[in-house]
Write a protein that binds this ligand. Structure first.
Ligand SMILES: Cc1ncc(COP(=O)(O)O)c(C=O)c1O
Length: 418
């Protein structure tokens, strides 16, 4: 399809990946113009602004609602008054590792039953860093086909020996690992996956993965950004399905940005990784460390998440998940994945999804439109995300808005076809 004739409802970001030319205008005007056309139609869901108090907000990832938690906000005020510091001002390898970084490392390592933990300013940097800091070009990486961008890019940066296994397909993983070990029985074999995939709301069979790790002497890097603190009896998400004290070849990475009310990320694992990461990991060594405030907030949030209050919030969120899933189904929506705080609502055709999105924005409902290439072509979804502070009434109202918008759009589309 020619870029010049791409209408606002056609194409995707992929059409503009291969930009070329010598001038800035030649290289970027096509995407800019297409974006402007979409903006005019109110179907450009990127870089929206809001004041974090948007009433009908089902699009942010503040799963336990801690970004608005009064106890944490009060303690932040006290922290600032007492310590009068807001910046780490150095790489954590040199001077940017503050006492609050260390407190957070110790706390999180204990919760994840790991010997060491390193803190990063963002989850992306932590997960990218886990792969780039702990693998090299001799290794073979075997990753879930749907792994997050930070993991995919990190793998590409590190080695050319990359194989993908079908999403959450354990038989395929076994097959790929067997072939990889036949090709190379001496070097590192690294498996990369996530505990909860945020576009699909599904999880791998972690017990089976660990069996395969033992069988093929492989190392697992698992990104737990979306379920730590949110799912599981103890708040450990999928990790609760294995014995963390027994597993010696597992590296855990993740983010504070979903359940812990602040930016930031972490890597946790055996002690041997510490010197490696603090000297070899590019996103650790060559970037300013997480700020004192970030570390303090993450630490306070951890206290809350793994307390009785955290248990209560998880229970409440679970009630809302069950309520939401039932309401969507009552309204004839098809949902992907398993019931979690991430509810992928299947729409299908991109044009219809964009029209519904526009309609919902006009009504004041904030919910993420996820389109190709983030999901396969023709499988556009709305990612409806729940927070423990939501109420049943607003969920009901939001689903009703989605139902009426869908009916309106389907009518409009039918009229266009007639
Ligand atoms: C699976 C996964 N890993 C890592 C990240 C990056 O985390 P952050 O947004 O905190 O940088 C995300 C966030 O979008 C994610 O979904």
């Amino acid at each position: 399809m020619s870029l010049q004739i791409l209408g606002p409802y056609e194409g995707s970001g992929l059409n503009f990946m291969n930009f070329s030319g010598k001038t800035i205008a030649e290289r970027f005007a096509p995407l800019n113009n297409w974006g402007l056309l979409r903006e005019e139609q109110h179907i450009w869901p990127f870089a929206m602004t809001h004041d974090n108090r948007q009433p009908m907000n089902f699009g942010t990832q503040d799963y336990l609602g801690l970004s608005h938690n009064d106890t944490i906000i009060e303690s932040v005020k006290e922290f600032i008054d007492k310590h009068h510091t807001i910046h780490s001002a150095g790489s954590p390898t040199l001077t940017g590792r503050t006492i609050w970084t260390e407190q957070l490392e110790v706390k999180l390592a204990a919760i994840l039953k790991q010997k060491t933990c390193l803190i990063y300013p963002s989850g992306w940097m932590a997960c990218y860093g886990a792969v780039t800091g702990l693998t090299n070009s001799k290794d073979t990486i075997v990753m879930d086909a749907f792994a997050h961008n930070c993991l995919q890019l990190a793998a590409r940066y590190t080695t050319q020996n990359i194989f993908k296994f079908n999403h959450n397909d354990m038989a395929h993983l076994d097959e790929v690992l067997e072939k990889c070990r036949q090709m190379d029985d001496r070097n590192g074999l690294i498996v990369i996956t996530e505990s909860l995939f945020s576009m699909n709301s599904d999880s791998p069979d972690l017990r089976r993965i660990m069996e395969l790790m033992h069988k093929y002497e492989a190392i697992l890097i698992i990104d737990i950004a979306h379920d730590l603190g949110v799912l599981g009896e103890k708040g450990l998400g999928l990790l609760e399905t294995i014995d963390l004290l027994y597993e010696k070849n597992i590296i855990i990475c993740g983010a504070f940005s979903k359940a812990f009310g602040t930016n930031g990320g972490f890597i946790a694992g055996p002690l041997e990784i510490r010197k490696q990461m603090t000297t070899m990991c590019p996103t650790y060594v060559f970037s300013t460390g997480a700020s004192p405030l970030q570390c303090f907030v993450a630490s306070k949030s951890i206290d809350l998440v793994f307390s009785e209050e955290g248990k209560r919030l998880r229970k409440r969120l679970k009630e809302l998940v069950d309520f939401t899933v039932a309401k969507f189904r009552e309204n004839d929506f098809v949902l992907n994945g398993k019931p979690t705080q991430i509810v992928p609502v299947h729409i299908g055709h991109e044009r219809i999804a964009k029209m519904i999105f526009k309609n919902l924005l006009e009504k004041g409902l904030m919910v993420n439109l996820i389109e190709f290439p983030a999901v396969p072509k023709g499988k556009a979804i709305f990612r409806f995300q729940l927070m423990a502070r939501h109420q049943e009434e607003e969920i009901e109202q939001a689903i009703d808005m989605m139902r009426t918008s869908r009916i309106t759009v389907e009518r409009e589309v039918a009229d266009l076809i007639d």
